[in-house]
Every structure is written in C-alpha cells, then in structure tokens.
Design a protein around this ligand. Structure first.
Ligand SMILES: Cc1ncc(COP(=O)(O)O)c(C=O)c1O
Length: 395
C-alpha cells in the first residue's frame, strides 16, 4: 500500500503574508544577521511570553539554547539534574556536556510529563537543577513544581520546545522557571524555515551574558574609542559572572528567520487553537474505543503539537495497530521518545538506570498519529476512518 498519510517532518504551510515578510527581509535586512529583525523578534517574543524585555534571545535552534542554558547552570563535579527519561535526547545531553549528571524522573501516565511528586522522588542531596519538559505540547504542573524548586533551592529549567503558547491560568509555559528554551524546528507549531530557537533567562545579570555566549564573545570595548577602527571594530571577551567564566560559541539565528519568527507570533495562537480543536474532535470520535487512551485537554494548557495515545491493552496490540493501519490504509503513525536510559548513548556514559515504570510503559504502548497543521479536513477524516476500522478489525 502506498503511503496515504505520512508522519511529515513539516508542521505548517506559510501564508502569503508570511512569505512576503521573508521576501521583504531578504531585500532589506542589513546586515543579514545580528540586526533589527533579531531584536524585534526577541522583544515581541518577550511580550508574548509576558516576561522582562531583555530576557529572550534567539538561537539557531533549541539545542543551542539548551547548550547555553546548561553553561549557565554552573555545575560543579558531582552535581545532578533531574529530567524526565521520556523526552527528546537534546533536552538532556547539553546538561551532561556542561558537567551535570542526569537522574531520571518518571512521568504521569495520563499527562506524559513529570509532576512535583515524580521530581521529588528523584531528588538527592546532589540535585542542583530540575529540567521540566512540556512534552507533546502540554504544560506540566508548574505552580507546584515552582514551589518545590523554591523550597529546595533548585534551579528550574523549562524545555518548552514543543509547547509554545501553552499556558496555565493565562501564564505561558516557559515563563515559570529560571531558564526556558524554545524550538522553531520544522516540526514545531511555529517554525522559522526549519531551524530556530529561543533562550529565556530570568536573572537579568546572567541574561546579559547570553549575547556574548551566543556570538563568539563579540562585544564593544569598555572604553571610548578615539578611532572606530582601533584597536579593531569590536572586542572579544569571555563572559564571566560570580567567579565563573564561560566559553562562547556561534549560535546566532539569521535575520530572515527572525523576521519570519516575529511575523508568525501573530498566528501562533490560531494555529494552536486549530490543532486543539482538531485533536478534541479526533479524541471524542474515538471515545467508544477506551483501549486508546488519549490525554484530552480542552484549554490552552495543551497546544497539541503532537497527538499521542496509549494502547492500554499492551505493546503487542499497539504493534498490530501500527502494522495494520500502515499496510491496509497507508497511514504512518510512529512511536516516540525512547526513555533516555534505554539508549546506547546514555548507557555508555553510565546513565543507563532509571526507576521510571510509567515512562517505560507509555513508550512501549504509545502511538503518535500524523498531526501536522497543514493536513486537510479530508486527510483528518481518512485518518479517523482508518483508525476506527483498524480498531474494529483488531478488537
Ligand atoms: C522536547 C525537545 N527538546 C529539545 C528539542 C531540540 O530542539 P531543536 O531541534 O530546535 O534543536 C526538541 C526538538 O527538536 C524537542 O522536541
């Protein structure tokens, strides 16, 4: 059977206005990086998030934002960070690269994200940092998690790569913690031509280091230059803070992507609302198959970046579903987020153990449906019909 509905790597189609905005920036951006479009995107993003003006910095992708967030954690030897095992690998390895040791927290089986309780169970006297991942687009229980981290004096980081626009009582995911990262990768609800990201840093002193960390340590001289070309146009320095010095990289996002990112902020709430409405319709239309356990959230707390469910009757039936819907209907569902401790990479580093039964069970029985925003109503109807027919056949 030919593939009828693919699990596409592209989430959205651009509008003519968005394309025009890119073309305009191609014509008039000067320079093509580090310019006014970058500053405009960062300011507009901070306003969208409801956070301080100089706290958000564009990056070339979410991973680059994670790398800088990890640098700013100031890990000492032996320090640990708590992170869900059920997440994308880039949520975790930057914190290992910069000196942290991961301890895996379990997820809640229904919401698929960590809770204050599962985080608390993973804390040790060596914990310095907690990384919460708003996976699938659902904002974790941030008020409770913030309280816990305050009580224990832990740095709180939000991986909001998948959850732009998700909010709890009006407060945006990615505005609760000390740092937050966002991804504008091709697959996300907001994408800046395939790659892009943002780093939020709450502490205003640390936030000031980010432009240097992000761009080769480039900075102005701290004296007035008599001649603008002497000793050279700009200085290079190592950002330092509290007796720490940090090595820079080049993690910049170009002007064209920034122009598009700012423009897309006008449409992200609409995209999220449309995805949520479709997800709810799909979930409700399958309510007579309780074996497929979805996470139904009818508020802005979920942006339904992804549409995932769990086959409660187990992995064999999950695989039968996947095979049948692909072979008989050409629908490509996928399985996502191998618990990190099960990857060779983490095992080789000595991080191959975890007490995360829910993450393991969810991963072994999960189904992620194709759910890109650009799918037409016909595609969705086909997806639903195919799902219902397969469920009837294999029940
Ligand atoms: C949860 C999560 N964290 C981090 C990342 C990394 O983002 P990027 O691909 O923009 O580097 C992604 C996705 O790509 C992700 O889904």
């Amino acid at each position: 059977m030919e593939t009828k509905i693919n699990f596409s790597g592209r989430s959205i189609q651009y509008t003519e206005d968005e394309i025009a905005c890119v073309v305009q920036a191609m014509r008039d951006a000067e320079p093509l990086t580090q310019g006014r479009y970058m500053r405009a995107f960062e300011e507009k993003f901070a306003t969208y998030q409801g956070v301080a003006k100089n706290s958000c910095y564009t990056t070339c992708n979410g991973c680059a934002a994670l790398e800088m967030s990890a640098q700013l954690c100031d890990f000492n030897p032996g320090d640990e960070f708590v992170i869900p095992s059920h997440t994308f690998t880039a949520s975790c390895y930057p914190y290992i690269k910069h000196g942290g040791r991961p301890v895996f927290a379990d997820i809640d089986l229904k919401t698929r994200v960590v809770t204050a309780k599962t985080i608390e169970a993973a804390l040790t006297p060596k914990t310095k940092v907690v990384v919460v991942v708003h996976l699938y687009g659902f904002a974790a229980d941030m008020p409770e998690i913030v309280d816990l981290c305050r009580q224990k004096n832990l740095l709180l980081i939000e991986d909001t790569a998948q959850a732009i626009g998700a909010a709890i009582d009006g407060q945006k995911a990615g505005s609760f913690g000390d740092h937050a990262i966002f991804s504008f990768h091709s697959h996300k609800n907001l994408t800046t031509l395939g790659e892009g990201g943002m780093l939020y840093v709450k502490d205003e002193h640390k936030a000031k280091l980010v432009p240097l960390l992000r761009h080769n340590g480039h900075c102005p001289y701290n004296f007035d230059q008599e001649d603008y070309w002497k000793p050279a146009m700009g200085n290079v320095d190592l950002p330092s803070y509290n007796d720490r010095t940090y090595l820079p990289s080049n993690y910049s996002l170009g002007e064209i992507e920034c122009a598009l990112g700012a423009k897309m902020l006008d449409r992200i709430d609409q995209i999220n609302a449309e995805k949520r409405a479709r997800a709810l319709k799909f979930i409700d239309a399958l309510s007579d198959f309780p074996e497929l356990e979805f996470h139904r959230v009818d508020t802005e707390r979920h942006n339904y970046h992804l549409l995932a469910c769990r086959m409660t009757s187990g992995p064999k039936k999950r695989d039968l579903f996947m095979r049948t819907i692909y072979e008989e209907y050409g629908v490509k569902c996928v399985v996502q987020y191998i618990p990190l401790h099960r990857y060779d990479f983490y095992q080789k580093l000595g991080f191959g153990t975890a007490n995360t039964p829910n993450a393991d069970l969810f991963f072994d029985t999960m189904i992620s449906f194709p759910f890109q925003h650009w799918m037409g109503e016909d595609d969705l109807a086909y997806l639903l019909d195919a799902t219902r027919s397969v469920m009837k056949k294999i029940s």
